[in-house]
Write a protein that binds this ligand. Structure first.
Ligand code: WT7
Length: 713
C-alpha cells in the first residue's frame, strides 16, 4: 500500500428524497421510509442471526440449517448443516410453484440484418435483432441437458468448469447447469486474452472449458474458441509454467458459424482433438442431442463452493475469489430485492447491462432476479451498435423502450459516454417504463448522476448508487429507493446486516468528513470465503490491515478510502492500493507491468492510472528499454511505432481493457532508496500535475525529481 486516503470534502448538498411507491407505479416499497430503514438496520445488527435466518427463509432449502453462523475470524460459515441448490432456486422451484411458463430471461442479440457485416447464420431476422424469451421451465430443461452433458464429459460435484462465452442465453444456462450438478463455475470475461484464460484455468485446476465459436461485439466477431485453443495449447506445453496441464474437454457452442472452431471442425466432424494435444472438442448441439433432459438438482452443503471469480489484485496474479452457496444466494436475494424493489408478478423487467463475466453479472443479471422471480434482460453486444432505424449510440434506449424495462442498472463509465453522445439520443425513445436507475463500479461524478436522473429518469426515478466488490458478493452500501434520500455521488448508507465504518489505522471510527479506511466490522453471508488456493493472500489482503481496537478481532478491509458526512452517508474516495479502475473494471498494475516486461525490448515498466473523462482512469505506462533496442536502432529515439507496438502487446497479453492510453519512455524509473518505484510521483506526472522533462526529448529524465524525493515514499 503506497498511498493514504486524502481528506476531501466535495461540496455536494443536493438531496433527492424518496417518493411514494404509488407515484412510481409500485404496489409498495419493501422499505418505505428512512425511519423504517434505520430500525431494520439496527435490528439486523442487534440480532444478525435472527435477521439472516429470516432472509434465508425466502429461499427454498432441501434441508434447513442447524446453525446460522460460525465465526472464527476471519473465517465465517453460514447456515451450517443446511442444503440448497442455486439452480433449483432460480428455475425448478418456480416451475414447481406453477410459474413454469412465465418468462425468466429475455435476450436480445447484437446483430441486426442489413446493418451488420456478420449476420447471424440462418437468421430470419433481417430487419430486427433476434430476441429469445426463456421461461423458468426452459431454464429447468436446458440446464438439465447441459448438466447431463457435463456429467458425460466426466465433470463431478466440486470440479471447476471454466466458462468463456459471449453474452448469449447459453452462457446463463452453462452457469446454472454447473450449479445444478454441483460443479464450481469459473467464468472468464470474453474480452480477456488467451494468457488470462490459461492463468485462470491453471490456478483453478480446471479440466473442462465451455466456449463458443465466436461472439458478436460491436459488429465484429470475437474469436473465443481460437483464444481457448491458444490457451489450451500453451497449458499443455510443459515448458510453460512448470508442468503440463491438460484440459480434457472443450464444449463449443455454435454462435457465429463463421469462426471454424479448429481446422478439423471446418469439415463438420466433431468431436475431435486439437492437433498436438489430448484435448477433445465437442459441439454443444451435437453432444446435447445425446443426453436426457432430466437431471435432479444436487443438494449442496450451504458452504460448498458455488463459484470462483477472478479479480485483479495489487500484486501478482489475479485472485480467485471463492463464494459459497447458501450465504451468497441469501445475500444476493436480499440485496436484489431491497435495492431494486423487486416484486414478482408486478410487470417488472430488470436490465443490468453488465457482462456475466463480472460479479455484477453473476449477482444481478443472473442469480438475483431469477431467485426473486423477476424477468431479467440480457443484451449480447455494445451500446454503440446501430439501432433498427440506423441510429448510432442509442441502442440501450431503444432496448429499454422496446422491452419496457422497469429497472435499469449500469456503470458510471457508460453514463459518462452517453452524456458525451448527447441528449438527442435518449430523447428519440420512450423511456417512460423506467422506475429505478442503478449505478455500480466506481464513484459516480455528481454531474453524471444528475444527468442520469434528469435525462434518463426524467427526474422521476430514484437513482441507487451501489457500492460493493467482487469479494462482498452483493451491495454493501446503497440507497434503498423508497427509504433513503439520495445525494449525488454518495452511496449513502449500509445495507441491512452490514456493519460498515470509516476508521483509522488503529481501527478507531473517525469523526464526520475525515477520510479513512472503509471497513466492515462483522461477517455477512455474501462475503468471500477465501482466495482460491492462497490462504496467505486471503488473510493479508482483507483481514490484516485493521482490527477492533478493543477485542483485536480483524475487520474486513475493502482497500477503498472513504469518509462519512454528518448524516452518516458514505463517500467512497477510491482505491488506496495499486489497482486501477479502467471503465469500472479492476486491473492490477502488476498484470500490465508483467505484460510489458514480457516484450523482448522492455527492461522495466511501471504502470499508473491517470484521470480520464470517460473511463474514469486510463493506463499510463512508463517504460525503460533494453540496451538491445538502442544497439539495433543506432542514433534513434523510441517513438510512436514502438508505443503502438507495446500497447498492442499489452492488449494481446491481458485483454483490450488493459491497453495503455499512454506509453512513455524513460531512461530510468524513479525509485526510493529501498528500490520501490515512486508511484505517487509517476501518477502526478501522468496526470500532468508534475512536469519532469525540460526539453522535448522522448525519454523522461526522472533523476532530478528522484533525488529530491528519495525519502518520501
Ligand atoms: C471496487 C470493486 C461491485 C461490482 C463492480 C466492481 C469500486 C464499485 C462503487 C460505487 C464507488 C465503487 C470500489 C470497489 N466501486 N462500486 N458505487 N462507488 N466505488 O467490482 O471489480 O470487485 O471492484 O469498485 O473501488 O473496491 P470490483
Amino acid at each position: 500500500m503506497t498511498t493514504e486516503p486524502i481528506d476531501s470534502t466535495l461540496q455536494e448538498h443536493r438531496l433527492f428524497p424518496p417518493r411514494p411507491a404509488s407515484e412510481l407505479g409500485f404496489a409498495r416499497w419493501h422499505v418505505g421510509s428512512l425511519d423504517e430503514y434505520h430500525k431494520l438496520h439496527r435490528r439486523s445488527l442487534d440480532d444478525p442471526e435472527g435477521f439472516w435466518a429470516s432472509e434465508a427463509g425466502y429461499l427454498s432449502w432441501f434441508r434447513r440449517w442447524d446453525k446460522v453462523l460460525d465465526w472464527t475470524p476471519p473465517d465465517a460459515r453460514w447456515f451450517l448443516g443446511g442444503t440448497i441448490n442455486a439452480c433449483f432456486n432460480c428455475a425448478d422451484r418456480h416451475v414447481q410453484a406453477g410459474h413454469g411458463d412465465e418468462v425468466a430471461l429475455v435476450w436480445e442479440a447484437e446483430p441486426i440484418g442489413p446493418q451488420t457485416s456478420h449476420p447471424a447464420p440462418g437468421s430470419a431476422y433481417a430487419n430486427e435483432p433476434e430476441v429469445r424469451r426463456l421461461t423458468y421451465r426452459d431454464l429447468q430443461v436446458e440446464t438439465s441437458k447441459v448438466a447431463n452433458v457435463l456429467k458425460r464429459l466426466g465433470v463431478k460435484k466440486g470440479d471447476v468448469v471454466t466458462i468463456y462465452m459471449p453474452m448469449v442465453p447459453e452462457l446463463a444456462i452453462a452457469i446454472l447447469a454447473c450449479a445444478r450438478l454441483g460443479a464450481v463455475h469459473s467464468v472468464i470475461f470474453g474480452g480477456f486474452a488467451p494468457h488470462a484464460i490459461s492463468e485462470r484455468v491453471l490456478d483453478a485446476d480446471s479440466r473442462v472449458i465451455i466456449t463458443a465459436d465466436g461472439g458478436y461485439r460491436r459488429g465484429d466477431i470475437v474469436p473465443l474458441q481460437q483464444n481457448v485453443e491458444e490457451a489450451v495449447r500453451s497449458l499443455a506445453n510443459p515448458t510453460h509454467g512448470g508442468g503440463a496441464h491438460i484440459v480434457n474437454h472443450v464444449l463449443v457452442l455454435r454462435r457465429t458459424g463463421r469462426q471454424p472452431p479448429s481446422k478439423r471442425f471446418h469439415t463438420g466432424h466433431a468431436p475431435d482433438t486439437l492437433p498436438g494435444s489430448a484435448t477433445r472438442f465437442h459441439w454443444w448441439h451435437e453432444i446435447e442431442a445425446l443426453v436426457s433432459d432430466a437431471c435432479p438438482c444436487e443438494p449442496m452443503d450451504a458452504e460448498d463452493m458455488l463459484f470462483l471469480l477472478y479479480t485483479s489484485g495489487s500484486t501478482g496474479k489475479p485472485k480467485g475469489i471463492v463464494h459459497t452457496t447458501g450465504g451468497y444466494l441469501t445475500y444476493v436475494n436480499t440485496t436484489c430485492r431491497l435495492t431494486f424493489n423487486m416484486i414478482p408478478d408486478a410487470g417488472q423487467l430488470f436490465w443490468c447491462s453488465a457482462d456475466l463475466g463480472w460479479i455484477t453479472g453473476h449477482s444481478y443479471v443472473l442469480y438475483g432476479p431469477l431467485m426473486n422471480r423477476v424477468p431479467t434482460l440480457m443484451y449480447e453486444g455494445a451500446p454503440n451498435f446501430p439501432t433498427l432505424d440506423g441510429g448510432k449510440g442509442d441502442r440501450f434506449w431503444d432496448i429499454i423502450a422496446r422491452h419496457r424495462v422497469t429497472q435499469f442498472y449500469t456503470a458510471p463509465t457508460a453514463i459518462r459516454t452517453f452524456m458525451k453522445w448527447g441528449d438527442e439520443l435518449p430523447a428519440r425513445h420512450d423511456l417512460s417504463s423506467l422506475r429505478i436507475l442503478g449505478t455500480v463500479g466506481e464513484p459516480i461524478n455528481p454531474e453524471a448522476w444528475i444527468w442520469y436522473h434528469a435525462t434518463i429518469g426524467k427526474g422521476q426515478c430514484p437513482v441507487v448508487d451501489t457500492y460493493w466488490q467482487t469479494e462482498t458478493g452483493g451491495h454493501v452500501c446503497t440507497p434503498l429507493p423508497g427509504a433513503t434520500p439520495a445525494k449525488p455521488g454518495s452511496c449513502t448508507l449500509p445495507m441491512p446486516g452490514i456493519d460498515a465504518a470509516v476508521v483509522n489505522e488503529q481501527g478507531e471510527e473517525l469523526p464526520p468528513n475525515q477520510g479513512g479506511l472503509f471497513v466492515i466490522r462483522r461477517p455477512w453471508p455474501g462475503m468471500l470465503r477465501g482466495v482460491h488456493a492462497n490462504r496467505e493472500r486471503f488473510v493479508s489482503n482483507y483481514w490484516s490491515r485493521v482490527q477492533d481496537p478493543r477485542s483485536g478481532e480483524p475487520y474486513y478491509f475493502s482497500a477503498d478510502g472513504a469518509r462519512r458526512d454528518p448524516d452518516g452517508y458514505f463517500w467512497i474516495q477510491g482505491r488506496i492500493d495499486d489497482v486501477i479502475k479502467v471503465s469500472g473494471h479492476l486491473l492490477g498494475t502488476m498484470e500490465v507491468e508483467s505484460a510489458l516486461v514480457s516484450h523482448p525490448m522492455v527492461a522495466e515498466a511501471a504502470v499508473v492510472g491517470m484521470p480520464h473523462d470517460i473511463k474514469g482512469s486510463a493506463i499510463c505506462a512508463f517504460v525503460t528499454l533494453k540496451s538491445k533496442w538502442f544497439t539495433e536502432n543506432p542514433g534513434n529515439q523510441p517513438g510512436d511505432d514502438l508505443r503502438k507496438e507495446l500497447a498492442a502487446h499489452v492488449a494481446r497479453e491481458v485483454g483490450a481493457l488493459a491497453r495503455p492510453d499512454q506509453v512513455r519512455f524513460a531512461d530510468g524509473l524513479p525509485k526510493t532508496r529501498s528500490g520501490k518505484i515512486m508511484r505517487r510521483l509517476l501518477r502526478d506526472v501522468a496526470a500532468g500535475v508534475e512536469k519532469i522533462t525540460q526539453d522535448t526529448t522522448t525519454l523522461e529524465d526522472f533523476s532530478v525529481v528522484a533525488k529530491l524525493r528519495a525519502d518520501e515514499e
